[in-house]
Design a protein around this ligand. Structure first.
Ligand SMILES: [Zn+2]
Length: 637
């Protein structure tokens, strides 16, 4: 049986960040694990290159759209190559075979009556390339997925009959409870479906950068919706609808890895498209969380986005892979923090694992010239049983996508080995002529490292290979040492340099942190003294509407505003915003003001409160203005 796994098809709107690397590494890990177990496993990755956002980005940079897509697609590809990601297919949605397959899929759906022509009226998020109904929007304006402002749009569009498949979709989730992992993510999807599925607009006519709808429909001004296009890239490389070598049979055991932001597309649209095409549905959809940095969301404007290449150059791919996989329970958000990375590397990789190998090599060399042999482990039977139990439990954690648990459990066998050395003190045994017992202990330790090396191959392939070389084993020993859980009775060891030298200080200070204008320390320094909620509640902050604004005599900075606070009446407040606002434009603006501030006179003018505004570093003031829906007089808290 061949397993088929996919990363998302990465959108080429920007260069790869640590989140892309995380998904891709997880997929690579999963594939390597399957291959160790003797399963065939095919990994697909690639780039999603159509859509308005990409058209706009290329226009902004004043370059040809395809050239722009080529450049970013190759950045992704060469990054995966430099990380030794074992992908089998690299699909690009601008590839010819792909557009042939997408058109064929459209034809099939159209002929089946699943596609019809209509009008779309709704709010469109350019960022997500998605329409939303008013009900789905946040505050009736903002995108529920990315939070950006949407704009109203009416256009002619072809629709896919999503509603027709609602029941079948719910039925499928009922019959296959483990399709989406972690499980709580499935509940979100089911709730969304139960709220009712609207038919999905699957064409666009307001821009050009996409796959044209097939000639059977005869309607040139439409191109195919980027998500229909992108999702189909999971099957077009397998020969769906085109003349590529047909490998569609592997799609019957497909696992998609996705970030939580694109779950809906994979858990609702994709299975329904597959139903329409009468193809098998995915076996699993594994949903992971996001990465933040030092507690702060990564964003280009803050300049704290982590480039995975920098991490790999600073620490090596093994440590990067280990940290990403070990640090976060799968499905939750992770914090990329160098201190945590260094601590894990030093404590777990250097001390527990690397040091264990050094102790084994040291003693084996000293006592047995690196050739150790024993078939009698009787006094170690308790330890052997424990190790056996742990090894047997690991497959479950990997197959159910809890790789952090897998590593946590695996580390217990290294602890057992380290504790056994302390407990049995081979140097004491040697003094009492018990060299047979010492040999048994060392062979047992070597077996633990051998099992560990095999189980670590999917996560830290380079170090694992070095470890296997030192122990004189290969990946072919998996069946004997893991599946059958046997022990080897002799090892010819080889000395190697330390696997994970201790990391003394952060290595990314220079090349990455320099982009960070305000690191966390500065942010903390900037903060005012802590207050409790009671102290905050003492402030009476209200929404008011400016009904009159005038200059204060003899001042270029100050305005005096008359502000209506509804039931609380009209108050006069002096504010230093004269340089930043035109008097005429302030009228009718909603503002927030503290109204229980002790009244005072400023340049002889009475002020009965303080208007809230944001001040930038260069002193520019921007009024905090609530949306029009806010009622005058209402409390701000
Ligand atoms: Zn959006």
């Amino acid at each position: 049986m061949t397993k088929y796994i996919t990363t998302p098809i990465y959108y080429v709107n920007d260069i790869p960040h640590i989140g892309h690397a995380y998904t891709t590494i997880l997929c690579d890990m999963f594939k390597k694990y399957q291959i160790l177990k003797g399963n065939e496993c095919i990994l697909l990755t690639g780039t999603d290159e159509h859509g308005q956002k990409i058209e706009n980005s290329a226009k902004l940079k004043n370059i040809d759209i395809k050239a722009y897509a080529d450049e970013i697609s190759s950045t992704f590809r060469s990054l995966w190559d430099s990380f030794d990601i074992a992908y089998d297919y690299y699909v690009r949605t601008t590839d010819d075979y792909h557009s042939v397959g997408v058109k064929r899929a459209f034809e099939i759906m159209f002929e089946k009556g699943d596609i019809y022509k209509g009008y779309y009226e709704g709010n469109y998020c350019i960022s997500c390339e998605t329409f939303f109904t008013k009900r789905q929007l946040v505050d009736e304006l903002h995108c529920p997925d990315c939070g950006k402002r949407t704009s109203p749009l009416k256009e002619e569009s072809y629709f896919f009959r999503l509603s027709k498949y609602e029941d079948r979709l719910l039925e499928w989730y009922k019959e296959n409870p483990n399709v989406i992992l972690p499980l709580h993510k499935k509940n979100e999807v089911i709730k969304f479906i139960e709220n009712g599925l609207s038919d999905l607009s699957i064409t666009r006519s307001t821009f050009k950068w996409g796959i044209e709808i097939p000639s059977c429909v005869n309607d040139e001004k439409h191109i195919i919706y980027v998500w229909l296009d992108a999702l189909l890239s999971y099957i077009t490389p397998l020969g769906f609808g085109n003349d590529k070598p047909n490998r569609m049979e592997i799609f019957s055991d497909a696992t998609h890895f996705v970030g939580k932001d694109i779950l809906r597309f994979h858990a609702i649209y994709w299975p329904v498209f597959l139903m329409s095409l009468e193809l098998p549905l995915p076996k699993h959809i594994f949903v992971h969380g996001w990465w933040i940095r030092d507690g702060i969301k990564m964003s280009k404007s803050i300049g704290n986005v982590i480039n995975p290449k920098d991490v790999a150059e600073a620490y090596g791919t093994d440590i990067m892979r280990y940290f990403l996989i070990r640090e976060v329970p799968f499905g939750q958000d992770g914090d990329f923090n160098q201190k945590a990375l260094i601590e894990r590397s030093n404590a777990e990789l250097s001390d527990s694992l690397g040091n264990l190998l050094n102790r084994l090599l040291g003693m084996s060399e000293k006592y047995f010239n690196l050739k150790i042999k024993s078939s009698n482990f009787s006094y170690l039977q308790n330890e052997i049983n424990e190790v056996e139990k742990i090894i047997d439990s690991l497959d479950f954690y990997m197959e159910n996508m809890t790789p952090n648990r897998y590593l946590e459990e695996l580390w217990k066998i290294f602890n057992i080995a380290n504790i056994s050395i302390t407990k049995y003190a081979p140097w004491e045994m040697m003094k009492h002529n018990k060299s047979d017992e010492v040999a048994s202990l060392l062979v047992f330790i070597a077996n633990i490292l051998a099992k560990g090396a095999l189980m670590l191959y999917p996560i830290i392939p380079n170090a694992s290979s070095k470890l296997m070389n030192a122990l004189g084993i290969t990946k072919d020993d998996f069946t004997n040492l893991i599946t059958k859980n046997n022990l080897l009775t002799s090892f010819a060891l080889e000395k190697i340099p330390p696997l994970f030298p201790k990391i003394e200080s952060p290595k990314m200070q220079d090349n990455v942190l320099k982009n960070l204008p305000t690191n966390t320390q500065n942010i903390t320094k900037d903060l005012k003294e802590e207050v409790n909620i009671k102290q905050f509640e003492k402030l009476d902050i209200r929404v008011g509407r400016v009904i009159e604004a005038k200059n204060v005599e003899n001042s270029t900075k100050l305005l005096v505003l008359k502000i209506d606070f509804g039931n609380l009446g009209v108050r006069q407040i002096v504010s230093g915003i004269a340089k930043f606002y035109k008097i005429e434009l302030l009228e009718n603006t909603l503002v927030c003001a503290i109204i229980n501030l002790k009244p005072s006179k400023i340049l002889g003018v009475l002020s009965e409160g303080m208007i809230l505004s944001a001040s930038s570093e260069d002193g520019k003031l921007t009024l905090i203005s609530p949306k029009d829906e806010a009622e005058v007089g209402s409390k701000v808290s």
